[in-house]
Design a protein around this ligand. Sequence first.
Ligand code: HEC
Length: 105
Amino acid sequence: MKAIKTLITTVGAVGLSLTAGYAAAAGADLYAGKFCASCHGVGGKAPVMGSYPNLAGQNAEYCVEQIKNIRDGVRGGGNTGMMRPMVAGVTDDEATEICGYLASE
Ligand code: HEC
């Protein structure tokens, strides 16, 4: 019985870590696939211009909020004009995936 319990716990833990790994990979793929790195740099750590923000290590919640605000026109001014078209097609779920990845960078 104890062996079965241990087995179930182990399988559960492996399942969880696979899920977490998958989420980070999905965020990284979306970040790369949507060309975010062309301005914010690899992993959001090396923006190509001094006026572009670093995104690595940012709070995921704040990051998601900014993507939505820029996409939906709530946040304007500054350099949002060049950011908005880049996130026009980013869904709330995709923003969550991307920001989870960036927070972990
Ligand atoms: C053409 C260059 C460019 C591309 C491509 C781009 N961004 Fe941006 N991004 C910017 C600029 C510039 C800002 C700052 C906007 C401002 O001045 O308010 C910004 C702001 C942000 C912010 C808010 C940061 C903060 O600290 O408030 C987030 C989050 C972000 N970008 C994520 C992304 C993601 C995710 C993608 C890919 C889907 C992306 N960006 C693609 C230029 C870009």
